[in-house]
Design a protein around this ligand. Structure first.
Ligand code: SD4
Length: 328
């Protein structure tokens, strides 16, 4: 029987009060059906151990029914302000000229995005990135322009080089050996993804980049699609580690697109690591870690080397988890 004839028949029966509740159930994707759908459980996931503190701040927002975009911003700000995290914001290691330069990006569930790179003397680059997203028609501001924009919006200029960072830098300068180390030196950049009670996804990523990088070097972290990407119909991904490898494979976009093609978050992050293995000679010398989530709140994590961990706040519990990895 054709759908139309079925409809006419059912309409007639319904008006007679003959159809069961099940037969009359609303079509999928109507407001009615979504109201009755499964309850969405919020979650926050972030890279590395410092993600534990970031998740606590994000959870304060999410557990009150707040938005994913506000959760990720307030989450990563905790790490930006922490002088003991030497890869992000205040206390971040400087470049080879002794200057702390910051990269950050943010993306919301509407697909809007904002980013700053090579920003100096501002403690919360993520909030500047959010202003770029919310208050300009642009996505990315760099260097002096980003600083000027931040100052116009009332951000304060501060010296971000702590005594500890400075002393380490002075020591490094004695030999000036530019050697990015796996897991030890460069890797506690924070990338965070959140799923809120509405089922909306947002992401943020913020870093001082590689320690003792060339002045002006920008990594993957502020680049939408490289360091972080969200597609609210699919999921989100963030990257950490040697940014050049992520940029060359547009890692976070790749992960989200693989999920869009049907992969689970775990399959997608593993495939994105394999892409680096296949395409980039010398990949063994560097660490890369990916995190991903999808709309159902499933998560994925994978890295090149052992040693990548991540913080997952879900079901009212915050846990630090070791990621599986490629090079066994
Ligand atoms: C960068 N991806 O600047 C950043 C560094 C990083 O954990 O993530 N470290 O290349």
């Amino acid at each position: 029987m054709s759908n139309r004839r079925n409809f006419i028949k059912n309409a007639g029966l319904a008006s007679l009060g003959v159809l069961s509740a099940c037969q009359m159930k609303p079509k999928e994707n109507t407001i009615e059906s979504r109201k009755k759908g499964p309850v969405i459980k919020p979650l926050a996931i972030s890279t590395w151990k410092n993600g534990m503190d970031a998740n606590v701040a994000a959870w304060k927002v999410l557990s009150k029914g707040g938005k994913a975009i506000d959760a990720v911003e307030s989450g990563v700000k905790v790490v930006e302000a922490n002088p003991d995290d030497m890869s992000v914001g205040y206390g971040g290691r400087p470049d080879r000229d002794g200057i702390v330069t910051l990269d950050a990006c943010i993306m919301d569930s509407t697909g809007n995005a904002g980013s700053v790179c090579a920003l100096e003397n501002i403690m919360h680059p993520i909030s500047v990135a959010r202003k770029v997203m919310d208050d300009t028609p642009h996505v990315m501001l760099a260097g002096k322009g980003a600083l000027q924009f931040a100052l116009e919006f009332g951000f304060k200029q501060e010296d971000l080089l702590t005594e500890k960072s400075k002393q380490e830098f002075e020591k490094w300068r004695l030999t000036s050996e530019y050697k990015p180390l796996i897991n030890i030196e460069n890797h506690d950049t924070i990338g965070m993804l959140a799923l809120d009670q509405n089922g909306d996804i947002s992401g943020a990523c913020t870093t001082s980049g590689l320690a003792y990088k060339m002045h002006g070097r920008v990594g993957d972290s502020p680049i939408i699609g490289a360091g972080m990407y969200c597609d609210n119909e699919v999921g989100g991904a963030v990257a950490t580690g040697m940014g050049e490898l992520v940029m060359k494979t547009l890692g976070s976009f790749l992960v989200v697109e693989l999920m869009n093609q049907g992969m689970s978050p775990q399959q997608a992050v593993e495939e994105a690591i394999l892409r680096i293995v296949k395409k980039i000679p010398g990949y063994e010398e560097f660490q890369i870690g990916y995190l991903a989530i999808n709309k159902n709140g499933e998560v994925g994590a994978y890295s090149l080397h052992r040693g990548f961990n991540y913080a997952l706040y879900a079901d009212d519990s915050n846990n630090l988890i070791d990621s599986n990895y490629y090079l066994k």
